[in-house]
Every structure is written in structure tokens, then in C-alpha cells.
Design a protein around this ligand. Structure first.
Ligand SMILES: Nc1ncnc2c1ncn2[C@@H]1O[C@H](COP(=O)(O)OP(=O)(O)OP(=O)(O)O)[C@@H](O)[C@H]1O
Ligand SMILES: [Mg+2]
Length: 464
């Protein structure tokens, strides 16, 4: 069993994919804490949601959890509302009839019923959804933006990425992806005319009102309070409206008087997005808008952008967000852009296909080589086998000689024990000399046999 605390934090997309693949086939149990919705969707099979009072168990992945949670909440509200109605009816009857002689008995019975009732707690989560939304003042034309043959960078002799080509049509949600530092933020700034393209250009269509969310959140004044930050742009807006628009993006009443400098990264991001929503543009250009946001805030933003009746071009590394929102993915590399007509999962599929094709093409080349190598090695092994067989015959031959020699030796030794030899010194001497010759010969053959035997063993190992 392995326990992982936020294992996906800080990992780039490639490493993440590897980790997910590894964990999916891990032959043991995994217990993990994570805010990464894509990771939760693709790796986990059960979820425990913790709040301050208890844990709720869901036997599903993240998408399933969202559905089940919404269902549970809807059911809880239905039951709660139904019971509240019943309580109101009973109470009404009690109030009207308790003092009437003819009906007081029934009223008392109902009052008992009310007293005994297990009153359901008001469900968590808001019934009337606080709604954060982006609403355009006017619609744009059908063609929103066209980027053609664009190269981005800060120095003409050091282009970062290009040629980049893509088109943005009304209602598109286009995700720009690519490794850190490839020039995605630079591309957006060039599109907005903040820095020049090195080559190519970007053209906006008719009636396009552009709203921009900066990755660095540099558009806020750190000295302002949260509420002043809104009032700077909208001095006539009544305080209660400012409060409700901030509440829609999860600002608590207490946060509103805080100076911007004291806000967390997530709060700053939410303030900036709230300001953007108040501009009512019809084309939103967002540079990593989910960067500092927690899951709740990401979901608020995701829903608002899904419901938006305008067009969105966004840079993101957040796979779940891209998957939920993107209609197209534009992948930026130093050599230029590739457009994929789908969301993150589609992009992944295409990428895997392309890689498989490349691998197959690469494999096709060496296959030819392996085949010729195969042909030569076939020749080679034929020769090797012949050599091995030759050596084997030599070894067999030596073994036979050894057997003959040992028989001769036994024969001589037997002869030396014969009574006539034992009494005949000359005969004995002759046999002794013969025996020594055979033994010397045996030693010689044994050496050769040992040597060839080792050679044969080696050759056999090499050939197999
Ligand atoms: N004003 C500048 N002058 C010169 N170089 C810059 C400037 N701003 C950024 N760069 C460099 O340009 C490169 C691309 O930066 P950019 O911010 O466009 O990358 P990015 O793709 O958005 O990366 P990330 O995914 O990290 O946001 C980086 O190497 C960065 O250091
Ligand atoms: Mg960037």
C-alpha cells in the first residue's frame, strides 16, 4: 500500500501522465489526498469527502462524485422542502383549531405529531445557487480572431515559437497549451498588441470586445481594499451590489474590507476575475485563470465560462479544466502550432496515435536491417553449428581413446598379478614399462579431452 499526499503538485504534464499510468497498474492499494480533478478522475475508484464534521463516502471517481453529490443534495433539498411544507401545514392547523372546542382534539393530536417529528436539518450547500457569470454587453461577429503565420519572441534573432496559426470563431473555447517558457503568455500579449509579433499578425473580427486576464495578476492595485478595487472601475455601483457580485465568487463579507496586498493568491485571482466579469466583454482572453484557485473556485469559474454566451481563448496546464471547457486545443512548440479539434482527452488520443505511427515508422526501418542481420546471422549460425559438431566429434573420439587406454591399463594390471609374472622379474619389468606408457598416454589424452570439453561447452553456450 502506498500513501500519497498531493502527488501531482508541481509535476509537468509528461511526468503526470507517467505517474498516472504507473498508479493505474500498481499491484497494491493506494491512499491519496489530491486537489487535481483530472488525476482524481483517472486514478481513484473511491472518494471520501471530508468536511468539519464528517466524511462522506463515494464509490466512484471525480466526475461520478460530482454527479452523485449533486443528486444527493437535490434529494436532501427535496426531502427538506417537503417536510417544511408538512410542518407548516400541521402548524397552521394547530394554530387555527387548538382553541376551537370541536376540533381541539385533532389539533392536539397534530401538535403531538409535530413534537415527535424528526425534523430534517437544512442541507449543506445553497439551494438558490449563487451565480457568478460573464455576460457580454453585445454579441461579436462570427469571426473573432485570426492568427496567421505568427512568430513570437522578444528579440528578432531569437524567435521563441512559430509559425503559429489558428482561428477563433464565435462561441469557441480554445485552449492554448505548451511547455513552460515556450511563449504562450507572450503569444497572448502579442495578440493583444502589448508587444509586437516577430513575424505574422493577428486580426480581430467585427464588434469584438476583448477582456484580458493576466497570469501574473498585475492589474490590481495592492493599496486598494477589495471593495475599492471594484469601486475604482464602477464608482456608481451600490455597495450591496458590489457585495453580492463578490459573494458570487466566494468572497466572504469579512474579506471585502481587506487590502489587496493582504489577499491570498486565490483571492486575488477571484477579485481579478470578478472585475473582468463586470466589464461585460464578449471575448475573454485568459492566461492560466485556474492557477491559484481551489477546486470550488475552479468549478465556479468553469461553470461561468461554460454558460458564457461569448468566446474564450485561454492558456492552461489544468487538464480537467481544459477537458471540461475546450472545444479546440492549440499546442504550441518552438517549431509552431498544431490545432486539435477537441478537448484534452481528444488531444491525448491524437498524440498517442501520432506517437504510435512514428514508432511504427521508426520500427519499419530497423526491421529491414534486422532482416539482413537475420540473414547473416543465419549463415553465421550454420557455420557455428558445423564447428560445434566438429569439436563434439573430437571430444567423442578422445573419450573413446580414454576408454581403450583404461581397458589396456586394466589388462596390464591384471597380467601383473598372474603367478608366473609375479615369479618372473623380467616379465614383470616389461609389463611395468608398458603400464607406464599407457598411463602417460592416458594423461596426455585426458588433458586434450579436458581442453576440448571446455571449448565445446563455451561454443555450445555461444550458439544457443
Ligand atoms: N519582457 C521580456 N523580455 C525578454 N524575455 C522575456 C520577457 N518576458 C518573458 N520573457 C521570456 O520569454 C520566454 C517565454 O515566456 P512566456 O511567459 O511567454 O512563457 P509561457 O509559455 O507563458 O510559460 P508558462 O507556462 O511558464 O506561463 C521565457 O523564457 C521568458 O523568460
Ligand atoms: Mg505563461
Amino acid at each position: 500500500m502506498i500513501i500519497l499526499d498531493e502527488p501531482t503538485n508541481h509535476l509537468d504534464i509528461e511526468t503526470l501522465s507517467w505517474l498516472e499510468g504507473y498508479l493505474k497498474t500498481y499491484p497494491g492499494a493506494i491512499l491519496t489526498v489530491s486537489h487535481d480533478q483530472y488525476f482524481l478522475d483517472h486514478v481513484v475508484t473511491e472518494i471520501y469527502e471530508l468536511d468539519h464534521h464528517h466524511a462522506t463516502h463515494y464509490k466512484t471517481n471525480y466526475s461520478g462524485y460530482l454527479k452523485q453529490k449533486a443528486d444527493r443534495q437535490a434529494q436532501a433539498w427535496k426531502a427538506y422542502n417537503k417536510q417544511q411544507e408538512e410542518i407548516a401545514k400541521l402548524q397552521d392547523f394547530v394554530d387555527k383549531n387548538i382553541v376551537r372546542a370541536s376540533t381541539t382534539k385533532q389539533a392536539q393530536a397534530r401538535r403531538k405529531q409535530l413534537e415527535k417529528m424528526d425534523v430534517l436539518e437544512k442541507p449543506a450547500g445553497d439551494n438558490k445557487t449563487v451565480h457568478f457569470n460573464f455576460t457580454p454587453t453585445r454579441p461579436s461577429g462570427n469571426e473573432v480572431l485570426k492568427v496567421e503565420q505568427a512568430t513570437v519572441g522578444y528579440e528578432p534573432d531569437k524567435p521563441m515559437a512559430g509559425p503559429i496559426d489558428f482561428q477563433v470563431n464565435k462561441f469557441d473555447r480554445i485552449a492554448i497549451i505548451g511547455p513552460n517558457g515556450v511563449g504562450k503568455s507572450t503569444l497572448l500579449k502579442s495578440v493583444l498588441g502589448k508587444i509586437p509579433f516577430l513575424k505574422g499578425d493577428a486580426k480581430f473580427g467585427a464588434n469584438v470586445d476583448v477582456g484580458y486576464y493576466d497570469q501574473e495578476i498585475q492589474q490590481l492595485n495592492p493599496k486598494n481594499t477589495v471593495i475599492d478595487e471594484i469601486w475604482d472601475d464602477h464608482p456608481m455601483m451600490p455597495e450591496k451590489d458590489v457585495r453580492s457580485v463578490l459573494a458570487a465568487f466566494l468572497f466572504l463579507a469579512d474579506d471585502i474590507q481587506k487590502p489587496v496586498s493582504a489577499l491570498s493568491g486565490g483571492q486575488k485571482a477571484r477579485l481579478e476575475l470578478t472585475k473582468l466579469a463586470l466589464k461585460h466583454d464578449n471575448f475573454l482572453v485568459l492566461d492560466e485563470p485556474t492557477n491559484h484557485l481551489d477546486i470550488n473556485s475552479k468549478e465556479v469559474l468553469e461553470q461561468a465560462l461554460k454558460d458564457f454566451s461569448g468566446t474564450v481563448l485561454f492558456v492552461s496546464h489544468d487538464r480537467y479544466f481544459i477537458n471540461e471547457l475546450a472545444t479546440n486545443v492549440v499546442a504550441i512548440a518552438p517549431t509552431g502550432s498544431t490545432t486539435y479539434l477537441g478537448n484534452w482527452d481528444y488531444y491525448q488520443e491524437k498524440l498517442t496515435e501520432t506517437q504510435a505511427e512514428a514508432a511504427a515508422a521508426a520500427a519499419a526501418q530497423p526491421t529491414a536491417k534486422t532482416e539482413t542481420a537475420g540473414a547473416t546471422s543465419y549463415q553465421q549460425s550454420k557455420e557455428d553449428a558445423r564447428a560445434e559438431r566438429k569439436l563434439q566429434r573430437e571430444v567423442d573420439d578422445l573419450e573413446q581413446q580414454l576408454q581403450d587406454l583404461s581397458q589396456q591399463e586394466a589388462k596390464i594390471q591384471k597380467a601383473m598379478t598372474a603367478p608366473d609374472v609375479l615369479s618372473d622379474y623380467v616379465k614383470m619389468q616389461t609389463l611395468q614399462t608398458e603400464l607406464e606408457t599407457v598411463q602417460k598416454q592416458t594423461a596426455k589424452v585426458e588433458d586434450a579431452w579436458e581442453e576440448k570439453g571446455i571449448q565445446l561447452e563455451d561454443m555450445h553456450a555461444d550458439n544457443n
